[in-house]
Design a protein around this ligand. Structure first.
Ligand code: DQA
Length: 146
């Protein structure tokens, strides 16, 4: 059975009440249960983590090598700032798919640059909560094509 690590970055624990006009009304527990249902259907084991702390996210990524077949990550605001998360991903030998609920390229200019995209296998963005299920399907596709 394939094993996938899902990482949600800072402030995503507030989804549902956080800028619903941008991120929608779906809560993080709702996103996680949809992901778990899809994983069960596809016979994949999911481990889901959320952190508001950059170093903790680096630790999750470092710990994934040899334990998981791939990582689905929404680095949230750290997308635009974190060399540490980017470097942790760059070391990995497993597939990483970056997801965003919003289309970061249609928003403020400071969101237009992702430090993560160059080291991710692929990026899915702009589909709201659906970015996660599309991202999981894309990640599994990449893993099985390997
Ligand atoms: C986000 C986009 C980021 O710019 C923002 O800081 C987030 C969420 C998204 O999913 O659209 O926290 O990653």
């Amino acid at each position: 059975m394939k094993k996938i690590l899902v990482i949600h970055g800072p402030n995503l624990n507030l989804l549902g009440k956080r800028e619903p006009g941008v991120y929608g009304k779906t809560t993080l527990p709702q996103i996680n249960s949809v992901l778990k249902a899809l994983a069960a259907k596809l016979k994949v084991k999911l481990t889901i983590k959320q952190s508001n702390v950059e170093g903790e996210i680096v630790d999750f990524i470092q710990g994934a090598e040899n334990k998981f077949d791939g990582i689905l990550i929404n680095p949230a605001a750290y997308t635009h700032t974190s060399v540490a998360i980017r470097d942790a991903i760059a070391v990995l030998d497993i597939k990483v798919v970056e997801v965003h609920l919003s289309n970061i390229y249609s928003r403020e200019e400071f969101r237009h640059k992702s430090l993560i995209s160059p080291v991710a296998s692929g990026t899915i963005l702009g589909f709201g909560a659906k970015s996660y299920t599309l991202g999981l399907a894309a990640l599994l596709d990449l893993i099985s094509a390997k």
